[in-house]
Design a binder for this molecule. Sequence first.
Ligand SMILES: [Zn+2]
Length: 91
Amino acid sequence: MSRSNRSRPFHKPPICAATGKARFRDRADATLAIRSMTFAASKRVALGLEPRPVPIRSYKCESCGGHHLTRMPLSVYLKLAGLVDSEAVAA
Ligand SMILES: [Zn+2]
């Protein structure tokens, strides 16, 4: 067995067939990934580069049972899903 991806501390997560997104085993794994991406983005800013968009939260996938990352705030998702009144999430 060879380790070719020496620059990556985490193994590459599998891809969910339903969403095409990276699949994380549980919420803790997903949160760890967000933290590491947030850190990478802050490093880019420190170097004077444009920060890449970073996922802000994770959610449980109904299809694969794993967790995925998203940049959509929960309030926006609920609004799009019609679960809350748009006035209610204005703040
Ligand atoms: Zn999935």
